[in-house]
Design a protein around this ligand. Sequence first.
Ligand code: MG
Length: 357
Amino acid sequence: MAGALVSGPELPPVEIVEVAPRDGLQNQDTLVPTATKIELIRRAVAAGARRIEATSFVHPERVPQMADADAVMASVPRVDGVRYLGLVLNRRGAERAVTAGVDEINAVVVASDTFGKRNQGVGSAESIEAWHDIAAVAHCANIPASITVAVAFGCPFEGEVPAARVAEIIRRAADAGPAEIALADTIGVGVPTQVAELARAAATTAPDIPLRFHFHNTRNTGYANAVAAVQAGVTTLDASIGGIGGCPFAPTATGNIATEDLVYTLDRMRVHTGIDLSAVTSAGTWIAERLGIDPSALLDRVGPFPLRRPPASGGEHVTAEAVSPPQAPIGQLVRRGLRCCSSYGTAVPVGKSPCSR
Ligand code: MG
């Protein structure tokens, strides 16, 4: 936990569920090769991720990027302690996921009818019915099954989603015994007070079921929301390497919160995640290069803090280069609107460098 600085009440460890291979990639315009997905998963595992949403078992015509779900699951690195989640929307998807060898199933129920019909072709009530079918499949296969409540913080079509509606969805879904309940700010409209309100609602409605949150940073509230969740006692958060992601059925939704930026924040709050910041930042830079996009993860652009520069003379030291993410070629930095600050070995926005004068 290098760089931990902030003192305060001891907070419990936080488990980060890495969602880049599924949620991060599903919205990419061009099809990502299966081998690239596997390498992303391998890098996530190497960085310390132990729960990874590897793929989704949905109709390939709806989400072509996930058409290789079975091939992905056939090639994921099997490492002790690493569990792979498969996202499903119905019984058929759950059966495919079980056959493909997922360790956990994550089902999506929706908090608004309009979003549900666009996202998965059913309204809120039908999505809960589908969850009961999914839970039955998982139970027979002896696989844990969780739910994610989509658009729990607000719907791009219907607007505000009252906490009471989310609580009612949790109550009805809890009948089928989810191993975990995730509340998703699918379009990134939530704020920290809303996180606290929904955490209270979930704890009141289903006090024995662990809670997880899923945030997007569409309006720059994603990390504040993550901190609010941790301070509310939540110990599991979703995040995506590089901050990649979006939702094909939610216009204007941008990336998930970035794993590296979340790890940086939690590291310095003295909250253990088990994720190596340098390794996950490298993974973010790598996948952004493969996708030809600018990573929304700011750690990928500016590197960690504190930077450790060589001492004036003598003694052992760690150079800035040793703790910074791998550098992209200068031409790629310029293309991204970044320049290299040679004193620190990090990429910074053009015109914003402390040494640009
Ligand atoms: Mg997402």
